[in-house]
Design a protein around this ligand. Structure first.
Ligand code: BTN
Length: 259
């Protein structure tokens, strides 16, 4: 893994990544960031690791990533807006990453609700947000980002579904530059986001969304529902026209159905 000094040497940010904890191997950067956050770590603090022994994915899944090839990191933010905006933060992270990646790869990213990022219909980046709040306010939010940069092979279940930046653009990328670009992009968008203004974020996310107007399936723990994806609700929920009328989803996995 790069050293803290090497990574920070490439940053042009004022806050994001300025406090950086770098590990060769750790259980989960999200778990570690959570510990730092509860001890008062400041906004913009990042925990980054080359390898995770218990990387966490959404729905309690494990996030698997080859060491030496990818980016695995967690960013701590402490927005002061009310917790009902939590659902919008996943679009902040996705849009920020897409905007950072595109000039590097020369390819437009696809954003999948709520927070997967794809290239050529395959996922290369997953985001796991974790938070605690008191009354209506956040204590902190951890934005955990797993981004496949130079990994070439994906086994088992991942084989047909996952990809990496290098697979899509046919060359190895410098993980340090990708990380630093993401820090800059997030910091720029966070100027509006920290004030509760998600207009730019939502505009950028929607331009890259591939499901609107299409038939989709939303899978939740106890249900599978089909419908046409219509729009985002004000709180970031997914508005779907189903057989039994319009429904808004706040969790679940979306897949494109046969059109
Ligand atoms: C998903 O399931 O799509 C979200 C995956 C998020 C994985 C990242 S890797 C860095 C950070 N630390 C974790 O334990 N998880 C997130």
């Amino acid at each position: 893994m790069y050293s803290e000094k090497e990574l920070q040497g490439g940053l042009t940010t004022k806050v994001f990544g300025r406090k950086l904890y770098v590990y060769d191997s750790i259980d989960s950067t999200n778990a570690c960031a959570k510990t730092f956050a509860t001890k008062g770590a400041e906004e913009g603090t990042v925990v980054i690791a080359d390898h995770q022994t218990a990387g966490r994915g959404r729905f309690g899944r494990t996030w698997l990533a080859e060491s030496g090839s990818n980016l695995l990191f967690s960013v701590i933010i402490r927005p002061t807006f009310s917790k009902d905006k939590f659902g919008l933060l996943s679009f902040f992270a996705s849009a920020g990453i897409a905007l950072a990646i595109e000039p590097v790869t020369g390819k437009q990213c696809e954003c999948k609700w709520p927070n997967d990022i794809l290239l050529n219909d395959r996922k290369f980046c997953g985001i796991l947000m974790e938070t605690t709040f008191q009354k209506n306010k956040f204590d902190y939010i951890i934005i955990g980002i797993g981004l496949n940069v130079n990994q070439r092979n994906f086994l088992g279940d991942l084989a047909g579904k996952a990809t990496s930046l290098s697979r899509e653009c046919g060359r190895e990328l410098d993980r340090r530059s990708v990380f630093c670009e993401i820090m800059s992009s997030l910091e720029l968008l966070y100027k509006d986001v920290s004030r509760g203004d998600f207009n730019k974020v939502l505009k950028e996310w929607k331009v890259r969304a591939t499901i609107f107007g299409k038939r989709i399936t939303v899978t939740q723990t106890a249900s599978v529902i089909d419908g046409i994806a219509n729009d985002l609700a004000a709180d970031g929920g997914l508005v779907v026209e189903t057989k039994s009328g319009q429904r808004v989803f706040h969790a679940g996995e979306v897949t494109l159905a046969a059109q």
